[in-house]
Write a protein that binds this ligand. Structure first.
Ligand SMILES: Nc1ncnc2c1ncn2[C@@H]1O[C@H](COP(=O)(O)OP(=O)(O)OP(=O)(O)O)[C@@H](O)[C@H]1O
Ligand SMILES: [Mg+2]
Length: 257
């Protein structure tokens, strides 16, 4: 672990729903925290699944990411420790759903998260932003604030559909708000090698993202789907499981550059 390295900020994004964004955010963050890195999960999905997934009940707090984005509440005031070492969360609540509308009238509406994260610069080794399944202002805020984009791709039919649109938004943000932004990691999720479709999708993704595709793949496993309802990352819920091992391997791959 290196104190001097600048914080890596990953926007975990894919406007396709249910591809493993939240599962990857939670599990990878927890795995990195377990490796000794200080990690902040920023929950930008009104559903708040990343928040509950790390065992935090956002309803007990007065303020959430909604207030950071709209009411200038400092990010440090909403960051909460989790029950897990080195792992912190900036919770989302349902009112985030209104942000998309309400932000449109706000000055520097695309840069609200970027400004907020500047205030915790140096406090964390990694920040993972769990994006909602859309390419609206919330996701744009994540892209403007991020150093990197991580795209989970579910190995199924139409997996690559939409990635062109995603790339177009990334290009726009890169040109106008965040010059060094790029899709730097693509992760295959719900990988099932017995399924020929999985292998076809993997090949196709490799062709489009030869450099970006992570060599660690995340298997389809029911334990990963079960963990959130216990408010535990897979690395605590079932550390010996295939899913936990995969995310630890991914954490090692990511932190080794
Ligand atoms: N590797 C996996 N194996 C089995 N089930 C998984 C795996 N990854 C995720 N799931 C399950 O698939 C569903 C969708 O995953 P997840 O919520 O992480 O996707 P998402 O992209 O965040 O969805 P949304 O777009 O709705 O935010 C969840 O029920 C989750 O538990
Ligand atoms: Mg999600």
């Amino acid at each position: 672990m290196s104190e001097s390295k600048p914080t890596k900020i990953f926007a975990v994004a894919n406007q396709k729903g249910g591809v493993g964004k939240t599962t990857t955010t939670i599990s990878l963050s927890a795995a990195l925290a377990q490796l000794g890195f200080r990690v902040l999960v920023v929950d930008l999905d009104p559903q708040g699944n990343a928040t509950t997934g790390v065992g935090v009940d956002a309803r007990q707090f007065e303020r959430s990411m909604y207030d950071v984005l709209l009411n200038d509440v400092p990010l440090v005031d909403v960051v909460e420790p989790t029950g897990f070492n080195n792992l912190f969360v900036a919770p989302a609540t349902l009112d985030l759903a209104a942000v998309e509308q309400e932000l449109t009238a706000v000055i520097s509406r695309e840069l609200r998260l970027k400004r907020a994260l500047e205030s915790v610069d140096g406090d964390f080794d990694y920040v993972f932003i769990d994006c909602p399944p859309s390419l609206g202002l919330i996701t744009i805020n994540a892209f403007a604030a991020a150093t990197d984009i991580m795209v989970p791709v579910q190995c199924e039919f139409y997996a690559l559909e939409g990635l062109t649109q995603l790339q177009r938004i990334v290009d726009l943000v890169q040109k106008n708000l965040n010059a060094s932004l790029r899709i730097s990691k693509v992760v295959l999720t719900m990988y099932d090698p017995r399924n020929t479709l999985t292998l076809d999708v993997a090949k196709e993704v490799k062709r489009h993202f030869p450099e970006e595709l992570c060599s660690t793949v995340i298997p389809r496993t029911v334990r990963l789907a079960e963990a959130p309802s216990f408010g535990q990352p897979i690395t605590s819920f079932d550390p010996a499981s295939k899913g936990a091992k995969a995310y630890v391997a991914l954490a090692e791959e990511i932190s080794n550059g």
